[in-house]
Design a protein around this ligand. Structure first.
Ligand code: C2E
Ligand code: CA
Ligand code: CA
Ligand code: CA
Length: 389
């Protein structure tokens, strides 16, 4: 039994309306059926979830092949109401008879495996394993605790300096969330941001970070900007530009000193997303494209919107001195960015060798452990004071 959850359904529904959402699901169902054998069954479970029952399989490999086929079928763009939409799916798998003999038991375990696939960052699949029940419970309790953390003071924003590569001066600092959990110690945002996105808590959390970061940056030298990460979920909310304006007004930070980091939201090819970007730009804030080179990025996005900055993902910087294609990819991005007056920030710079190469390639800024990890607000204030002197 495969339990399949479609990404971006809610986004499509919110941005383009219910009929586009329905059309997307219809398209998905059609492609699902195209992947199945005559005896197999596909059913919509409600919302954006589907179940597939694959009959008479000989081994796991056979199921893995089906899952790969489903993934590649779903990843082809869909044409919905005149928009091109790219989506993906998380898939949980339970196999009879090991994971259950009754359909309800298999479905329950496939759902738990789906939870695991989502926790792995979605767009992937997981087979059911013993213990997944416990992990799903832990995730739910983490979600409840995160809700509390927003108000009880256990969240804190740290800041990582971003330097001009040529003169080594700090041009901005990126706000990065930290959660000091009473029992578990520091929990990484890589772990709790996806939970916040799933539960809708990200809007509240994101507003909290925006307010905290703007209020902090007002104390910094006037040439230092603050960068705030905006989740795709927040980006799609109608009220983002209002919320950004509110954070600026409450803190008194000039809009030109705030930079928003967005990852290429799946709907960036969509007019609604472009409108939202232009609306933010009108406020006077700067907009950076984060994690460039991962996921859906493509150079064509750079032509759709005049970003102020491209942040090149750490994975390219890591291999930049190696024999692979990383350095020529970085070179290509830097060239395109320079031609359109965009800055380029290299993420995750850890060595002098990387810095020197990036300098030669023409990258304008860098960020990484070579200079500093993210540090507390108090530490960043001290650093900025001594840095200026
Ligand atoms: P990101 O936006 O790509 O942030 C950069 C991450 O790389 C940070 O991890 C940072 O500490 C880490 N990093 C920086 N320099 C280096 C380096 O030289 N080497 C290595 N190995 N790592 C380096 P962090 O703070 O754990 O954040 C992880 C991710 O969580 C962020 O990735 C971002 O996507 C998300 N995140 C963090 N804070 C927020 C937030 O306030 N809102 C949203 N929506 N997402 C956030
Ligand atoms: Ca979904
Ligand atoms: Ca970022
Ligand atoms: Ca990044």
């Amino acid at each position: 039994v495969l339990y399949i959850d479609i990404d971006e359904f809610k986004a499509v529904n919110d941005a383009l309306g219910h009929s586009a959402g329905d059309e997307l699901l219809k398209g998905v169902a059609e492609r699902l059926r195209g992947c199945l054998g005559d005896a197999d069954v596909a059913a919509r479970l409600g919302g954006d979830e589907f179940a597939v029952i694959q009959m008479a399989i000989k081994d796991r490999a056979e199921t893995t092949r089906l899952v790969d086929e489903i993934h590649s079928a779903i990843r082809q763009p869909f044409e919905c109401m005149g928009h091109l939409i790219t989506t993906d799916a998380s898939i949980g798998i339970a196999l009879a008879p090991g994971d259950g003999v009754h359909l309800d038991q298999l479905l329950r375990n496939a759902d738990l495996a789906l939870y695991g696939a989502k926790a792995d960052g979605r767009r992937t699949y997981r087979f059911f394993e013993a213990g997944m029940d416990q992990r799903a419970k832990a995730r739910r309790s983490l979600e409840l605790e995160l809700r509390q953390a927003i108000t009880d003071g256990s969240l804190e924003t740290y800041y990582q300096p971003v330097l001009n590569i040529e003169d080594g001066k700090i041009s901005s600092c990126e706000a990065l969330l930290r959660w000091r959990h009473r029992e578990r110690g520091m929990i990484s945002p890589a772990e709790f941001i996806p939970i916040a996105e799933d539960s809708g808590l990200i809007n509240e959390l994101g507003q909290w970070v925006l307010n905290a970061a703007c209020a902090e940056a007002v104390n910094w030298p006037a040439h230092v900007r603050v960068a705030v990460n905006i989740s795709p979920v927040q980006f799609r909310s109608q009220s983002l530009s209002l919320n950004v304006a509110a954070a600026l007004a409450a803190s008194g930070l000039p809009a030109s000193r705030l930079e928003l980091e967005i990852t290429e939201a799946v709907l960036i090819r969509d007019d609604a997303a472009l409108d939202a970007l232009h609306q933010l730009r009108k406020l006077g804030v700067r907009i950076a494209l984060d994690d460039f080179g991962t996921g859906y990025s493509s150079l064509s996005y750079l032509q759709r919107f005049p970003f102020d900055k491209i942040k090149i993902d750490r994975s390219f910087i890591k291999d930049i001195a190696g024999p692979g294609a990383s350095s020529s990819i970085v070179q290509a991005v830097v060239n395109i960015a320079a031609a359109s007056d965009m800055m380029t920030t290299a993420e995750g710079v850890e060595t002098e060798q990387q810095r020197n190469l990036l300098y030669i390639l023409g990258c304008t800024e860098m960020q990484g452990y070579l200079f500093s990890p993210a540090i507390s607000a108090a530490d960043v204030r001290r650093l900025l004071l001594s840095h200026r002197a």
